[in-house]
Design a protein around this ligand. Structure first.
Ligand code: BT5
Length: 280
């Protein structure tokens, strides 16, 4: 055990490096939780305002997308959720994943770590996944809306970031595809500093998005993309389709070109993207 393993994440340690107005200004910290996203959902409706952060040293049942598991049974990573009540429309919710990915990228860069963003929700270093994002939404139909419009009650942004994990901390089946900041850089990191830097960047990009300005997040995702220009496999309706990733659209969708030359815009959440080396 190293000295950094003993650092416990809570508001007192986080606030030293935090320069936000409201993101992370209320922190619920735990030793152990099933899942920070599940806990966040259970309290979100009863909280005033937004930006509360739930953080835990260990998750017993960390979740990925589509019912997949997220390995987070140790205190070496950052396992956290942010509660949001954005003013954006439901059509724009997928942009929150890109905003989050950009904030993680910029937060890591501030600590001298250069990562890549694998659309839509992974952060990659040296072809390995070090971080995953899970955005979950609670919405309801607006009564008396002739158009059948819905409004967002809340969003939960879940972030799982492997920080000081050793390769032995991952189960056998993940060792070829998963990694941590420590494994890739040979350095240990203060989780509190990384978390604060992610939240500092997140607040700026999130406030921009609420003001209809998605440009910085988009540029960050485009310029540091792991997929643009690469041959990829899309999993669409359980079918595997070969394509080339061309760009990310102004709305944050992945633009792909199929073998027959046809272009398609892929919306976050509808498909999984696989690159031959990386299995999701
Ligand atoms: C994700 O899903 O990548 C989203 C992960 C979000 C986790 C956070 S932790 C805090 C919050 N609370 C939660 O309960 N969840 C969020 P997906 O794209 O479906 O990827 C899941 C896949 O990543 C798994 O099937 C494994 O292949 C791989 N995986 C699992 N644990 C990993 C880890 N610790 N590091 C890297 N890859 C992992």
């Amino acid at each position: 055990m190293t000295s950094l393993d003993k650092e416990v994440l809570n508001y007192d340690i986080l606030k030293i490096n935090l320069n936000t107005k409201y993101i992370g200004r209320t922190v619920f910290s735990f030793n152990e939780l099933d899942s920070t996203n599940t806990y966040a959902k259970s309290i979100a409706s009863n909280l005033d305002g937004e930006g509360q952060v739930i953080i835990t040293e260990k998750q017993l049942n960390g979740r990925g997308r589509l019912g997949r598991q997220w390995q987070s049974q140790n205190n070496k990573g950052i396992w956290m959720s942010i509660i949001l009540k954005p003013t954006i429309s439901i059509a724009d919710v997928s942009k929150i994943t890109q905003v989050t990915a950009a904030a993680i990228y910029l937060g890591l860069l501030s600590q001298g770590v250069k990562a890549e963003i694998k659309w839509p929700n992974d952060i990659i270093i040296n072809n390995k996944k070090i971080c995953g994002i899970l955005v979950e939404m609670n919405s309801e139909k607006i009564i008396n809306s002739g158009a059948g419009d819905s409004k967002i009650n809340y969003l939960i942004v879940g972030i799982g970031l492997n920080v000081n994990n050793e390769i032995d901390d991952f189960p056998e089946e993940l060792r070829d595809i998963a990694s941590s900041l420590k494994i890739e850089t040979n350095k240990e990191f203060k989780r509190s500093v990384i978390l604060a830097e992610i939240l500092n960047n997140f607040e700026k990009l999130y406030m921009d998005l609420n003001n209809n300005d998605f440009s910085k997040a988009l540029d960050t995702c485009r310029n540091n993309s792991y997929v643009i220009g690469k041959e990829i496999n899309l999993i669409k309706n359980q079918e595997l389709i070969e394509a080339k990733a061309i760009d990310i659209s102004n709305d944050g969708e992945l633009i792909v070109m199929y073998k027959n030359g046809k272009l398609d815009n892929i919306i976050s959440g509808e498909v999984s993207v696989r690159i031959s080396k990386i299995n999701q």
